[in-house]
Design a protein around this ligand. Structure first.
Ligand code: NAI
Length: 344
């Protein structure tokens, strides 16, 4: 008898459907071997959903996430300048997914300029400059409001320290710009410090965002868990992705107390969409985080091991990491590695 998990699947647009199909294929193969079945509830979001249903986020998608409490999401394009509000930001806010968790780790066999990186980015996910409060005061003058609250800053700090305690991480570093944004980043910093004082066994430090970028590029090994507000987390995530081979690799989880949405750090990559060039590794590693979250660690380990074997072997990789295989060919190689473990 297999255990069945109902999971909301948002394939997204751009490269979203390609990487989602690849990940579903791998998860189903892994599940078949470990007695786990997936009942995917697929739903469109963004421009595609608007064309079909006249809504950017269909009611059924909200209902599906409410029911299942777990979603796997491909990237969704957000128009630049005008157009509709980010689907990602809207979902994170709606389900109060306050913690954006992004582990940055090298894959075995994939050479980068920075071997052995092991960083955790903890990004506040519900406020900061992403609240969407922008106004034209008078023509030619626009105001954009950044919201930082004690409540959200304290709970994201608690998340970072609780995670560190549970996983034996040594140090949390808060990234800020409180020298300029004295009140907003000042409050974030103040909350971090108060929480840090309750975890004396975990080291605590602070760096200003601009210096953090330089310090990271110079020596990423000096950091362990990086804690920050929304916008800094967005930028630092892409910077850190480059340490381990790029955006095609880095996974993410949006976590709340009731629901969780798992998605890669990358976007819809319109430059390579529909060309069979997308690397599904980032979404696959997000799915591994999801499998752990739903207590299917055996399946998660099986997928991760097969993925690592494929990288270790290095024969069937996508173009972004120096290979010449397509998205589905890569997925096939991961499935094959689950059946016949590859040796380096
Ligand atoms: P992007 O992450 O889509 O692409 C940046 C670069 O990385 C491109 O050269 C792209 O080809 C490459 N890349 C990204 N993912 C890849 C993968 N899996 N395999 C191989 N190469 C990959 O960032 P960009 O171009 O700034 O954003 C495009 C759209 O995506 C925008 O509308 C943006 O708002 C949206 N976006 C959506 C996100 C989400 O749904 N969670 C997150 C970030 C951006």
């Amino acid at each position: 008898m297999s255990r069945t998990h109902k999971i909301t699947l948002i394939p997204g647009d751009g490269i979203g459907p390609e990487v989602s199909n690849a990940v579903v294929r791998i998860l189903e193969a892994a599940g078949a071997a470990t007695g786990v079945a997936f009942d995917w509830e697929r739903s469109a979001a963004g421009a595609e959903a608007y064309e079909k249903y006249g809504e950017y986020i269909p009611k059924e998608l909200y209902a599906s996430i409410e029911r299942n409490r777990v979603a796997l999401k491909g990237p969704v394009t957000t128009p630049i300048g005008g157009g509709f509000k980010s689907i990602n930001v809207t979902l994170r806010k709606k389900f109060d997914l306050f913690a954006n968790f992004r582990p940055i780790r090298n894959l075995p066999g994939l050479e980068t300029h920075y071997p052995g990186v092991d960083l955790i980015i903890v990004r506040e996910n519900t406020e900061g400059s992403y609240v969407g409060l922008e106004f034209e005061v008078v023509p030619g003058v626009v105001q954009s409001i950044k919201v930082i609250t004690e409540k959200a800053s304290t709970r994201i700090s608690e998340f970072a320290f609780e995670y560190s305690r549970k996983m034996g991480r040594k140090k949390v570093n808060t990234v800020h710009k409180a020298n300029i944004m004295k009140m907003s980043d000042g409050l974030f910093l103040d909350c971090s410090r108060k929480v840090a004082a309750r975890y004396p066994e975990i080291g605590y430090s602070e760096t200003i965002i601009d210096n953090t970028c330089m310090q990271l590029v110079t020596n990423p090994y000096q950091f362990d868990v990086l804690l920050m507000e929304n916008l800094y987390g967005d930028i630092i995530s892409d910077l850190c992705a480059a340490f381990v081979g790029g955006l095609g690799l880095v996974p993410g989880a949006n976590l709340g107390t009731e629901c969780a949405i798992f998605e890669a750090v990358h976007g819809s990559a319109p430059d390579i969409a529909g060309k069979d060039l997308a690397n599904p590794t980032a979404l696959l590693q997000s799915a591994v985080l999801m499998l752990h979250h739903i207590n299917e660690s055996e399946t998660a380990d099986r997928v991760q091991q097969a993925l690592e074997n494929v990288y270790q072997e290095g024969k069937t990789l996508t173009k972004d990491v120096g290979g010449n295989s397509g998205t589905m060919a890569f997925a096939d190689a991961v499935v094959a590695a689950m059946e016949t473990p590859v040796t380096a």
